[in-house]
Design a binder for this molecule. Sequence first.
Ligand SMILES: Nc1ncnc2c1ncn2[C@@H]1O[C@H](COP(=O)(O)OP(=O)(O)OP(=O)(O)O)[C@@H](O)[C@H]1O
Length: 247
Amino acid sequence: MIEIDNISKRFGDVVALDNVSLRINDGEIVGLLGLNGAGKSTLMRLLVGLLVPSEGRITVDGIDVAQQPDIVRHKLGVLPDTAGLYKRLTARENIAYFARLQGMDEPAIASACENLIELLGMETIAERYADGFSLGERMKTALARAIVHGPDHILLDEPTNGLDVITTRAVRRLLHAQKAAGKCVLFSSHLMYEVENLCDRVVVIARGRIVADGTVNDVVAATGCASLEEAFVQLSEIKEQDNVAHA
Ligand SMILES: Nc1ncnc2c1ncn2[C@@H]1O[C@H](COP(=O)(O)OP(=O)(O)OP(=O)(O)O)[C@@H](O)[C@H]1O
């Protein structure tokens, strides 16, 4: 379980997150929606201990991220928003390299690489150098790399961004398998249909605050809108107006 308790993060005068609390249960897929600059990536970076909160506490399976970041990092599979690959390594070597960093032995690495290459349909790029990979090829390799060590929970910043329909479906299958295995899955997205297709719960963040948290149906019904997209726009706009009103 991932628990975020009263987290705030400020960068100088910029309040990126303002008293955010959120719990992600095991076996649950949660989608994080927010306009550009809403605070999604900041929350992801805090979860993996890359940033230190100004206030509040985050725990993963009861372990405090600020106190034991290395243990928490090992528990998490993370697809960051900017996922750089080693261009002089093949896709398979990129995945295996990360597995080695996670302390896996060679037979386990070979088998995990093979499984992920098949699952994500990477057979044609597995032995190619990453230099020159298309966006989708990079994303697939980065995703495989993120979960090669069989992490307890998965955090993904816009995982289907730039992927074609076949690969998107493969990613969905992969995330459902993680959920079925009892893991927390948190992903951020700008794609409403992706959130509707995948998530048990949607969390809308606007100007660093959570403005909605529930099933897609609950969030849409609470706003009286006809679709998640309309609900999302309304929730984000209300928050914008609030900020102007209080300015
Ligand atoms: N290192 C930093 N220094 C200063 N401001 C920052 C820093 N990181 C984030 N911010 C600010 O915090 C706010 C939230 O940014 P964040 O990257 O979390 O948004 P986001 O929801 O991920 O946006 P996007 O959808 O555009 O990726 C923005 O106003 C951003 O400019």
